[in-house]
Write a new protein. Sequence first.
Length: 187
Amino acid sequence: MPLYRYMGCKQIVYLPFAADPSVYFPKTVNTAYQSDILFIGNADPRTREMFAGMKPLLADKKVFAMGLGWQTEDGVTCVRPLADIHEYYNGATVIIYAQPEPGQVLAIGACGGFLLAENDPNLYEYTRPDEDIVIFRSAGDLQEKLGYYWDRPELMRYVSTNALYGSKYRNSCLQMVLKLLHLAARR
């Protein structure tokens, strides 16, 4: 968005694409895609700090990481988000997303995934924190929330069910088109 401001745009509106319901939907997947934790984000000092804080919780878990730089991390299987990203979303018990993109957050919700996402102001218009997504603000907050929800699978199911409902109704393709038309009519 800074690029658009630099180019002279006074107001920028972000409207993510809705999840494609023919691709992103709940389903059972092959064991090769199943994990306890799917971590999405590149390995940089900040995300490595987050990951290090979770190590005690991850000791006996199957952990996948989607992003650059995770090859040297012990106990982590690196995955490439090619055409089968929806398979990994469906196969994960918990998805942790550092620096989340609203469009992918909606896709995770459409798969019925339980998502812990790093706080980002772009998420609040399309999600309801603690209703269909759980927001974390620091490495300590992530560790605390992961432990809390891991011990309460019924709460994880509540959040992921709300996310699925939101993707089918509040953030469907139809609703996104209506939002776009509303924005255009205000101009």
